[in-house]
Design a protein around this ligand. Structure first.
Ligand code: IMP
Length: 426
């Protein structure tokens, strides 16, 4: 299969989850960002948790693009991101400051919607009211997007409007009256006046910035949040997030046609995980579940919840590849499989006696799908020190090659450990 190495990538690249998220996007972005003039977030909000371990330390970023560790990259928070200033300023800036990492190269789009305190409260209230829980992270992401669609939300630029105080007071009055919230205008005003002052030097228009960079021949890297299977339109509604997680999200946030993305990199773990509710046909139960959770540290970066592990599901993966035009795959956490005697891959579904080989966004339908597995041999060796594909145990090579063959997409990045350097570029 023709390979197109990621080590010396050029042009426009996008890293999108071809799963339910939590695939290790932070670590690959941190690595690929070494060659990027622009690193841009286009969707999601502080529900995202990107874990990065590099020579500065270990970080859990939510809003901040993972390219922030390269002082040569300009990091953009696009208008399609819902901006949680509490997370950015009171958590992420502090993490970075402690490690001596500068964020002077950050630009937040003035049109990005702001997550306000009532969004977080309403996320929790709605979840408690639901008969069948979604498992939201309760970071206010859904309600912020809902307000944007309803054209009533605050955007970043509103913080600097002359009548901001009045707008805020009116909105808080509305929320308190109609939703019976006990919001304090004085407290929220002083909180957001403080935030407005801190982020003022970082506000701008992100679309022209990235367009100029492309014109100058710069490398641009888009950092997706969550994964395709949580997409608001394509995922198993209502067990989804509230944004477009795939390439369409880039178009919406940055006016960039997907055809102009040279490298659409679909990222997934060597197995899969899901956190929150919703169907997952290949879920692993029993002692193996516990082993993967422990070895893979499968605890949510944002929510602290345990993620459900499952075998890699190629029905879902192939659909994500097809719709997003993924032209290369990145696999993380292959090392977690070391010592497994057998490894399974889901190559189809059955509903009753009927074979099914397509993805449906219908949650009830997916919950009735039973996986059809292909079983492969595992390997005993520790692979975390290996940096060359041909030095991997034959069974590990076979696992990768089998997936490449079934998806017809090359796997160009194989993570064998959490640190930046623990990777095999193929
Ligand atoms: P929300 O977007 O926080 O409302 O959560 C909706 C669903 O998406 C829940 O099942 C969450 O667990 C899931 N979700 C949201 N963000 C992430 C993420 O970054 N990684 C994995 N799952 C996520």
């Amino acid at each position: 299969m023709a390979k197109n190495s990621l080590r010396n990538w050029q042009g426009v690249a996008a890293v999108i989850g071809v799963d339910w998220g939590d695939s290790g996007k932070g670590r690959i972005i941190d690595d690929l960002a070494q060659s990027a003039q622009i690193v841009a977030r286009y969707n999601g909000g502080s529900n995202t948790g990107h874990t990065i371990e590099n020579h500065f330390g270990k970080f859990a970023l939510h809003i901040m693009p993972s390219g922030i560790f390269n002082p040569q990259s300009t990091c953009l928070i696009g208008r399609g991101v819902v901006c949680d200033l509490e997370s950015l300023i009171d958590d992420e800036f502090i993490q970075l400051k402690k490690a001596g990492v500068s964020w002077k190269n950050l630009v937040i789009d003035e049109e990005a919607s702001l997550t306000m305190p009532w969004h977080k409260q309403k996320d929790g209230l709605r979840e408690n009211f639901r008969q069948s829980k979604i498992g939201t992270t309760a970071r206010g992401v859904g309600p912020t997007y809902a307000d944007r669609i309803e054209r009533v939300g605050f955007r970043v630029a509103d913080l600097y409007k002359k009548d901001f105080k009045k707008l805020l007071k009116d909105e808080i009055g509305f929320q308190n009256k109609h939703f019976n919230l006990k919001l304090s205008y004085g407290k929220i005003l002083s909180q957001f006046q403080k935030y407005a002052k801190i982020i003022k030097p970082f506000i701008g228009q992100t679309v022209p910035l990235f367009q100029q960079s492309i014109k100058r021949g710069g490398n641009v890297l888009f950092e997706g949040a969550q994964g395709w299977l949580l997409d608001i339109d394509a995922g198993t509604y209502p067990y989804v997030t509230s944004s477009n997680t795939g390439v369409i999200g880039i178009w919406r946030s940055f006016d960039l046609h997907p055809q102009k993305i040279n490298h659409v990199i679909g990222i997934t773990k060597a197995y899969t995980t899901r956190v929150g509710a919703g169907p997952m046909p290949t879920k692993i139960i029993g002692s193996l579940r516990q082993l993967i959770i422990e070895k893979g540290h499968e605890i949510g970066t944002t929510s602290g919840r345990t993620r459900d592990p499952g075998w890699l599901d190629l029905v879902l993966l192939k659909a994500a590849v097809e719709v997003n035009g993924v032209n290369q795959l990145a696999f993380t956490k292959l090392d977690i499989f070391s010592t497994f005697k057998k490894i399974k891959i889901c190559v189809g579904y059955k509903v009753g006696d009927k074979k099914v080989d397509y993805l449906s966004g219908n949650a009830d339908f997916l919950s009735r799908c039973k996986p059809v597995f292909m079983e492969l041999d595992g390997w005993e060796e520790d692979i975390s020190k290996i940096r060359k594909f041909t030095l991997l145990p034959k069974a590990a090579q076979n696992y990768i090659k089998t997936i490449e063959k079934i998806t017809n997409v090359p796997i160009n990045f194989i993570g064998v450990g959490p640190r930046r350097e623990e990777v095999i570029y193929v």
